[in-house]
Design a protein around this ligand. Structure first.
Ligand SMILES: NC(=O)c1ccc[n+]([C@@H]2O[C@H](COP(=O)([O-])OP(=O)(O)OC[C@H]3O[C@@H](n4cnc5c(N)ncnc54)[C@H](O)[C@@H]3O)[C@@H](O)[C@H]2O)c1
Length: 320
């Protein structure tokens, strides 16, 4: 699909994934409209100057009139819904705000898209939407059984997207990714940015769990590609969900060992073993994305981490 002059609305555009997706769409010639809640000078979108090349609608997903105005006034044809309270630990402390952003925010967005006949909508769900399962890897036909606040909010987001397709025919695709990593993620409570920051400062990285929790780790550029392919393939596959992951899960300690090796730091982590309300083991089967969307990850963990570490070294080195 040619993205030139496509009118694309991105929620959460100044966040981690949103910044990379916005950058790629601008490079492809799209006209980007962004819903931005918080002004953050450290956001990649702001620091790169890209924010000056897009239309910015200030506001929240909870404000339906603002969301609807953005969709209708800018006559958008494509929507990427990334805006969410995206941190598991914050969701435990702030469940109401998380449900407002992620559940109310999602049905507001979907309703605005339905009313104004948006041609394609991609919604960020998550591997967390599946909840805990003894059967792994997850495949797309497995039930969504989130149990903890963030996970439940993502099960709901996912189901709401399906409801808008099955009831109103809204052309929506659902992305279920494992843990995304890459430069530009300012959520330093996450394993990879937090560990790189600690090691950069010659401090011991802190592991909340026992270090054996297992996840997929997917490089942000592979995710941008996945979201674009999903949007492009929506014609035949509306209402469907796709898993995206490199299909090689790692434990927290394995990821940490790789970061230490790449940064040449021999500093042992502090293992708190205090994680609560988090799924212990998760990994996704991405056969459907490979077969039907032609997607495959281009980055190994090593290659992705190399680029990521370089990004943070430049970012942290340039900070006052
Ligand atoms: N990063 C991951 O590992 C991962 C994995 C799977 C799914 N996801 C999903 O991908 C999406 C993007 O994640 P991210 O890592 O870029 O997160 P992020 O926290 O970097 O970005 C989220 C953005 O959403 C905005 N936002 C939050 N609540 C809002 C509200 N109520 N109204 C308007 N904007 C609001 C924030 O200001 C932020 O800019 C999220 O939906 C997340 O749940 C992320």
């Amino acid at each position: 699909m040619n993205w030139k002059r496509k009118r694309v609305f991105i929620t959460g555009a100044s966040g981690f994934l949103g910044s990379w997706l916005t950058q790629d769409l601008i490079e492809k010639g799209a006209y980007v409209v962004a819903l931005i809640r918080d002004g953050n000078p450290q956001s990649m979108l702001v620091r790169s100057g890209l924010i000056k090349e897009i239309a910015v609608v200030q506001g929240t997903l909870e404000d339906f009139l603002t969301v609807e105005r953005a969709v209708a006034e800018y006559q958008v044809d494509t929507v990427f819904h990334l805006g969410a309270q995206a941190i598991v630990g914050v969701a435990q402390v702030l469940p109401l705000q998380t449900f407002e952003s992620n559940i109310r925010g999602s049905y507001h967005l979907l309703e605005a898209c339905k009313r104004h006949e948006v041609e394609r909508v991609v919604v960020a769900s998550s591997d967390k939407a599946y909840g805990e399962s003894v059967v792994l890897p997850y495949t797309e036909d497995m039930p969504l059984r989130g149990r903890y606040p963030y996970d439940v909010s993502k099960s709901c987001t996912d189901l709401l997207a399906q409801a808008y397709y099955h009831t109103y025919g809204l052309p929506v695709g659902i992305a279920r990714c494992g843990n995304i990593y890459g430069g530009g993620d300012l959520n330093f409570s996450r394993l990879i940015p937090g560990s790189i920051l600690s090691l950069y400062e010659n401090q011991r990285p802190v592991v909340r769990s026992d270090g054996l929790y297992t996840r997929d780790y997917i490089y942000v550029k592979d995710v941008v590609l996945a979201y674009l392919l999903l949007a492009e393939g929506l014609g035949e596959r509306g209402g469907q969900a796709f898993n995206f992951a490199p299909e090689r899960p790692y434990t927290v300690l394995e990821v940490l060992t790789e970061i230490k090796r790449l940064m040449a730091k021999e500093i042992e982590p502090v293992i708190l073993n205090k994680a609560k309300g988090e799924i212990i083991q998760q990994n996704l089967d991405a056969t459907k994305a490979r077969e039907f969307l032609g997607w495959k990850p281009l980055y190994s963990l090593e290659k992705g981490l190399e680029e990521t570490i370089q990004w943070y070294q430049e970012f942290l080195g340039g900070m006052r």
